[in-house]
Design a protein around this ligand. Structure first.
Ligand code: ACO
Length: 324
């Protein structure tokens, strides 16, 4: 089987910054409560005219430029999102038009909530490995602010908007950069812990809230267990010791969740890339946004093994091991 690698990355964040202090003028909360419980200081919120597909397109353009490729090189486009512009067509089709991708590009959205990007990466990798596709754009993009109840202090302080993208293609000859492994899963019977109950086809849906509802403590415990388990599993499966991982890009939900995982894996917290203080939880955008920042900040060097690890509503979880 031919090897595939991440050839470039890009990201986009809306310009509007909403600080904890600003939120505390809208709901009964404080910077101190939010920061000590989550590590979040501020988040980016998309403007009223800004959509998920627009943010996705901006991130994708940056990823193509980084990979030194053009839209004509892409024949597969997956957008991981739980907040597409509309139920149909898929956000991917809107991005296709925006970027000018050709008509023989396979375009679809994938929803695995906050694990969406890791799921999309695995899906794209499998499609490339089949030999039927050549080069893929894999994007995580979310306008989470559109599914938030801004009067609910237990959820509105946690989330933000943004997008991140990577270009996936054949590994460059002579380079060690490649995708090493991937593991996906979903814990049954945990969906009520984190959901958007309304807006879908369920019988109770018309009256149910169209915003995120969450049992915070339950999600916290499930997230730590799922991310710790899947990180261990993938490292063992590929015979890589935790100490050999140069950088871990975890889903950016809560600093305390990341600290717990660092402790369980017996790794220094400095090995984890954290930007949730500035972006909050951007769901499927969180990992590609952090990955792109980490690369541009020089935190990931050629030859480094990087672990992406995520959890999200479902409760889905997943991990990817990549060498850059
Ligand atoms: N400001 C002030 N007080 C608040 C706030 C707030 N923003 N939110 C809740 N409180 C109050 C609660 O009402 C509660 O008050 P009470 O004791 O009088 O009932 C008190 O603070 C403590 O609330 P807890 O829920 O016990 O706080 P906890 O320490 O568990 O922290 C948190 C809550 C931050 C949500 C935490 O449970 C958490 O991070 N859970 C995981 C959430 C997560 O990662 N979600 C990601 C899902 S994203 C995805 O996959 C789509």
């Amino acid at each position: 089987m031919s090897a595939h690698a991440i050839l470039g990355s890009g990201s986009y964040a809306p310009t509007r910054i909403v600080t904890n202090d600003e939120l505390s003028q809208r709901v009964e909360t404080s910077d101190e409560w939010i920061f000590t419980r989550t590590g979040i200081r501020e988040r980016r919120i998309a403007g009223p005219d800004e959509s998920t597909s627009q943010m996705a397109s901006a991130a994708a353009r940056a990823a193509l430029a980084d990979a030194k490729l053009s839209p004509a090189d892409i024949d597969l486009l997956i957008v991981a999102t739980m907040t597409p512009d509309m139920p149909m067509p898929a956000a991917a089709c809107l991005v296709q038009t925006e970027l000018g991708l050709s008509a023989d590009t396979a375009c679809f959205d994938l929803n695995a909530a906050c694990t969406g990007f890791v799921y999309a990466l695995d899906t794209a990798w499998a499609m490339l490995a089949s030999g039927r596709y050549r080069t893929a754009l894999v994007i995580g993009a979310e306008k989470v602010s559109s599914v938030i109840d801004w009067s609910d202090r237990t959820t509105c302080v946690l989330f933000g908007d943004g997008a991140g993208a990577v270009v996936l293609g054949s590994a460059v000859e002579g380079s060690r950069a490649r995708l090493i492994g991937s593991k996906l899963g979903s814990i049954p019977a945990t969906s009520s812990a984190l959901m958007t109950p309304g807006g879908g086809s369920a019988p109770a849906s018309p009256d149910a809230p169209k915003c995120i509802t969450m049992k915070g403590k339950e999600v916290f415990k499930l997230a730590v267990r799922a991310m710790d388990d899947v990180a261990r599993e993938i490292l063992v499966a590929h015979n890589i010791a935790p100490s050999e991982v140069a950088c871990i890009i975890p889903h950016q939900a809560n600093r305390r969740i990341i600290e717990a995982i660092a402790q369980y894996l017996e790794l220094p917290l400095e090995r984890f890339f954290i930007n949730l203080d500035r972006f909050g939880n951007t769901s499927a955008a969180s990992i590609p946004l952090a990955l792109d920042e980490a690369r541009r900040a020089g935190r990931i060097k050629s030859g480094d093994v990087v672990l992406l690890v995520a959890f999200g509503a479902g409760l889905t979880y997943g991990a990817t091991l990549v060498r850059f």
